[in-house]
Design a protein around this ligand. Structure first.
Ligand SMILES: [Fe+2]
Length: 471
């Protein structure tokens, strides 16, 4: 007899059970939840996932050069999809059936995926995906990565709560601010309850066709994991059973299988590497060793690391000392340019002084050398108080908090162009909140712009009253 257990969401929140299933959540014979990701070289390939009802057992996708011709589609080539059935109401873990109460009335669905290969770099393509025979999506246009040269991308912190109602405006404003963005980096906690299909339905509806046009680099937060209880004495974290079916991501065989598709590298171009960590793991040592080796081997001019839990916390009463002790020496040894994080539901940007081993200076000035820039951000409506001491207790590391914020929804646009990295943070109304430019010359990396004074720092006491969202 199969054992049966239930999972509990992290944290436990009311409202499980009698929720309404909106019609746009239900799978049909038509494709939905279409999303592009990078599984291999972004210059020559593109991965796409989509969903249908479970009876669609075979599917395919088509891709063509996106030319101005009205019937560009007649030049398309077809690629067969891989298909897997996902039981929304339960999943298997350690040989046991794990029930997912919030999905218990939902039928199984099919997730399909393809990888388009042999594409040309820096080229606009159009693709479409099929559900049941002849039931096609619209054509989505997307551009492959350039081999080198300037690119911009979007980075967002936690969406997590009220994803359709209140986060949708942030992702849409981000696209308005940077319609040329080559990818969108989601730094964890995309939803609140990892396996609850309703919340993923909201995430896909909020982003709509942007998810299909602008490839995603998704990062796992603690809310992409449920707490599974296979025995009274054992509670273990269980990755959402939707993560791997709905995002086709790189598998690095040198990493433990538990972090396949949650820790990975995206070699975007000759100028940019992005390294994604799964900071939810109890044992971070294998990922730290992997990151150290990857950074040592990377010759790219710009290296970005992203993970959900911040190296330097900004939320009240929060700290991640074990991860900081493990990862900070690696990030500084390799002079990683940018660390993009979430989790603390505040805005924070700080710089690590290149002279950290020397007596600490009073603060950064334009032209100062630096090692690494750290950002914590939030794109959804859930907001925390900023740490009372700011980053003062982190001062022995050489880090200096440059800009902070409370009670705001933010998105960031990051550009690399030759030896310059331009970083800009916006609030969800599209107004610039923070900016910095880093320039590299020879072996030095200098801050050449730091827009820390305008507009005024957002605080709970100078912004509209806040109430914790109850979704
Ligand atoms: Fe989190």
């Amino acid at each position: 007899m199969a054992l049966a257990f239930a999972i509990s969401a992290v944290p436990a929140v009311a409202h499980d059970g009698n929720h309404t299933v909106p019609p746009w959540q239900e799978a049909s014979a038509w494709p939905d939840r279409v999303i592009a990701t990078f599984e291999a070289d972004p210059a020559t390939s593109l991965a796409v996932n989509w969903r249908t009802i479970a009876s669609v057992s075979a599917s395919r996708a088509e891709i063509a050069l996106a030319t101005p011709d009205a019937r560009f589609d007649l030049t398309a080539r077809s690629v067969s999809a891989q298909t897997e059935i996902v039981d929304l109401a339960k999943t298997m873990f350690g040989g046991a059936d794990i029930a997912i109460p919030s999905n218990d009335k939902l039928p199984a669905v099919a997730y399909h995926s393809v990888r388009f290969d042999d594409l040309r770099p820096d080229t606009l393509y159009a693709y479409r995906v099929m559900g049941a025979d002849g039931l096609w999506s619209e054509w989505f246009q997307t551009r492959t990565a350039p081999l080198s040269g300037p690119v911009r991308f979007i980075y967002m912190g936690d969406a997590q709560n009220g994803v359709l109602s209140l986060w949708s405006r942030t992702i849409r404003a981000a696209y308005q601010a940077a319609p040329d963005a080559r990818f969108m980096l989601h730094a964890g906690d995309l939803v609140n309850r990892a396996s609850r299909d309703t919340e993923w339905a909201e995430w896909f509806k909020a982003g709509g066709f942007l998810h299909a046009m602008v490839p995603a680099i998704p990062v796992t937060g603690n809310h992409e994991y449920d707490m599974a209880a296979p025995g009274e004495t054992e509670r273990v974290r269980l990755l959402s059973h939707l993560w791997r079916p709905q995002f086709r991501l790189p598998v690095d065989g040198t990493l433990p299988s538990a972090v396949h598709e949650t820790a990975y590298a995206v070699r975007y171009s000759a100028d940019l590497d992005v390294f994604v960590l799964d900071s939810n793991q109890r044992d971070m040592a294998p990922q730290a060793a992997w990151l150290d080796a990857q950074l040592k081997a990377s010759k790219k001019r710009w290296r970005v690391v992203t993970m959900h839990h911040p190296v330097f916390s900004s939320g009240k009463d929060r700290d991640n000392k074990p991860n900081r002790d493990l990862l900070l020496p690696i990030l500084t040894r390799h002079s990683v340019d940018l660390v993009l994080q979430g989790h603390d539901h505040t805005y924070a940007r700080g710089l690590l002084d290149a002279s950290a081993q020397l007596p600490r200076r009073s603060g950064f000035k334009i032209g100062d050398t630096l090692t690494t820039m750290f950002v914590n951000s939030v794109s959804g409506p859930k907001q925390y108080e900023f740490r009372k001491v700011g980053w003062d207790d982190y001062a022995p590391t050489g880090v200096k908090l440059e800009r902070q914020g409370e009670n705001g929804q933010f998105f960031q646009v990051i550009g690399i162009d030759g030896n310059r990295l331009t970083y800009t943070a916006y609030t969800a109304d599209g107004v610039q909140y923070d900016a910095a430019i880093i320039e590299k010359r020879g072996n030095t990396k200098r801050l050449i712009k730091n827009d820390k004074d305008a507009p005024p720092t957002r605080r709970f006491d100078n912004t509209l009253p806040y109430q914790s969202p109850n979704f």
